[in-house]
Ligand binder design. Structure first.
Ligand SMILES: C[S@@+](CC[C@H](N)C(=O)[O-])C[C@H]1O[C@@H](n2cnc3c(N)ncnc32)[C@H](O)[C@@H]1O
Length: 278
């Protein structure tokens, strides 16, 4: 693989998705791109890059998606979901008691494990029968991931990685080698293909954003821009949830970490872009 091809792929990934290609070993790139090369009929990466330079959008999308990491699991980092269930959610339900409305966004949902974990916790509370309106939105850059998430079909291995037996019985149906998330959970979620580099104009008044394990792959300027945009669409007393190795520190003045709640951040009202503008 030629150095200039790797450089072209890195630059394209950064421009399209904000992501830094840190793994530039030919074996890694060729492995990730093998299915795309088969699908579009290229004999090697150089031929694929030559075509990319002509600007074929479908190919650019497929290559970007192949080079991004979609790893996820149900109840990933269980302490985060415990804090969501035991602290964040009760506090928000108290504060929103008069409006009985919640909006939760899983902003890089991969194949849906994160949003269905949230949905299971919400389902325990039977909020709709208590008059609450809950918007649960899940988005991802990858249309393939969104299609998988919408189907809600997982291997036994994927399910066993995070779902305890009682939740399995309540929310999954076995279909041969696979397990399907119940219709009830699927109906709770609105899915959408969305690139975090694009405008957040379609969203407002979000109570909780789960934006976990995606900004860690971004270059610093893109991380900062996404964090500032997140602050704009969140309610001032909302919560941002980041992944284990992610932080807002040094990137955005719009959030502060919440003490004793690793991964959780609160907007800083005075620093919110819309407060500053108004
Ligand atoms: C490692 S997964 C994280 C999934 C889940 N949030 C979790 O923590 O388990 C990262 C996801 O971010 C998505 N992604 C990468 N760049 C993105 C972008 N610019 N906009 C939206 N999603 C993006 C990828 O498609 C991938 O599904």
């Amino acid at each position: 693989m030629r150095t200039e091809d790797v450089a072209y792929l890195a630059q394209m990934l950064r421009r399209r998705c904000g992501i830094l290609l840190t793994q530039s070993k030919p074996k890694f790139i060729e492995g990730r791109l093998a299915p795309v090369m088969r699908r579009f009929g290229f004999k090697d990466v150089s031929a694929l890059v030559a075509e990319l330079r002509h600007g074929r959008d479908a190919l650019g999308r497929a290559v970007s998606e192949a080079l991004t990491t979609n790893e996820s699991s149900f109840f990933r980092d269980p302490d985060v979901f415990a804090a969501f269930r035991d602290s964040v959610l009760p506090a928000l339900l108290t504060r929103r008691q008069s409006v009985k409305r919640l909006r939760i966004w899983s902003a890089a949902c991969a194949a849906g494990q994160e949003v269905y974990s949230i949905a299971m916790i919400l389902d325990d509370l039977k909020l709709s029968s208590r008059g609450w309106s809950v918007d649960l939105i899940a988005s991802d850059l990858s249309a393939d991931m969104i299609a998988r998430a919408e189907q809600g079909v997982y291997s036994h291995f994927e399910v066993q990685r995070g779902i305890p037996p009682d939740r399995f019985v309540a929310h999954f149906l076995e279909e041969g080698a696979h397990c399907r998330v119940s219709e009830r959970l699927r109906r709770m979620v609105t899915f959408r293909t969305f690139n975090l580099l694009d405008s957040f104009g379609w969203l407002e008044d979000v109570d909780i954003v789960f934006c976990r394990n995606v900004l860690m792959y971004f270059e610093p300027r893109a991380k900062a821009a996404v964090l500032d945009k997140l602050a704009e669409v969140m309610l001032p007393d909302g919560y941002l949830v980041l992944g284990r190795v992610e932080t807002t520190k040094g990137l955005s003045d719009c959030f502060r970490p919440l003490p004793d709640m690793p991964g959780f951040y609160a907007p800083i009202a005075a620093a919110l872009p819309r407060a500053a503008a108004g």
